[in-house]
Design a protein around this ligand. Structure first.
Ligand code: 5RP
Length: 231
């Protein structure tokens, strides 16, 4: 994990931002670099409007003077720039390490384009080493987690499925007041199938697999940034 690589990727993403754009603003440390750099441009006169993917990003953007709107007022976006916990060569992602996967997916899919910015440690051959976050409604969450395990097994995924909580065992609540289960699968042989099957379970709101959503990735490497299109 390299902060310089994250920053470099965020800086390159700014090349794709044009005056007048409606921008989805991601969540996490890499996305934060982007929001801060965007804030500098806005202070110098760039005209954009942002739709934040979390309360945390909304607070940062407000502090930086980036004009904000929401998806009810602005349902079609030009570009979303966001980080990822893992990505493969097809630009399939695992997201949600920061717990914002639901809003992130809603905002990204409302956008014509999604650019993923990441340092090179996030590139993997097979998704799944990073625990897959699944957002579930609190009601009946234990039953839902048992169904997640059943469905995952059908897709060749086993491993511990743990409720996310803080250091005091208080359940983590998403911005939409749901729980998150982190699924330690190790590897996900069929991300497309698993993504679809998980989202059919009653009680699952969404999961951190982003399939066919990212249109480009910018990877910070030791030798500079690399633009990637899906294979
Ligand atoms: C938050 C996310 C983040 O994009 C992901 O966790 C990557 O974060 P970071 O840039 O801090 O490594 O999905 O829900």
């Amino acid at each position: 994990m390299s902060d310089a690589q994250k920053r470099a990727a965020a800086e390159r993403a700014l090349d794709f931002v044009e005056d007048g754009m409606r921008l989805g603003l991601g969540t996490g440390s890499t996305a934060e670099y982007f929001v801060r750099l965007l804030g500098e441009k806005v202070s110098k006169g760039l005209k954009v409007v942002g739709i934040p993917t979390s309360e945390r990003t909304a607070a940062l953007a407000e502090e930086l003077g980036i004009p904000l709107t929401n998806l009810d007022e602005t349902p079609e976006l030009d570009l979303t720039v966001d980080g990822a916990d893992e990505l493969d060569a097809q630009l399939r992602l695992i997201k949600g390490g920061g717990g914002a996967l639901l809003r992130e997916k809603i905002v990204a899919t409302a956008s014509k384009n999604m650019i993923v910015i990441a340092d090179q440690s996030k590139m993997v051959e097979t998704l799944g080493k990073f625990p897959l976050p699944v957002e579930v409604v609190p009601f009946g969450s234990r039953v839902t987690s048992m169904k997640i395990a059943e469905v995952a097994r059908e897709y060749g995924c086993t491993g511990e499925i743990e409720p996310r909580d803080d250091d005091y065992d208080v359940p983590f609540l998403t911005d939409s007041e749901n729980f998150i289960y982190d699924c330690n699968f190790g590897s996900i042989p069929d991300p497309d199938g698993l993504n679809r099957a998980l989202n059919l379970i009653p009680g699952v709101v969404d999961n951190g697999l982003f399939i066919g959503i990212a249109t480009m990735a910018i990877i910070g490497t030791e030798a500079g940034t690399k633009d990637m299109l899906p294979e």
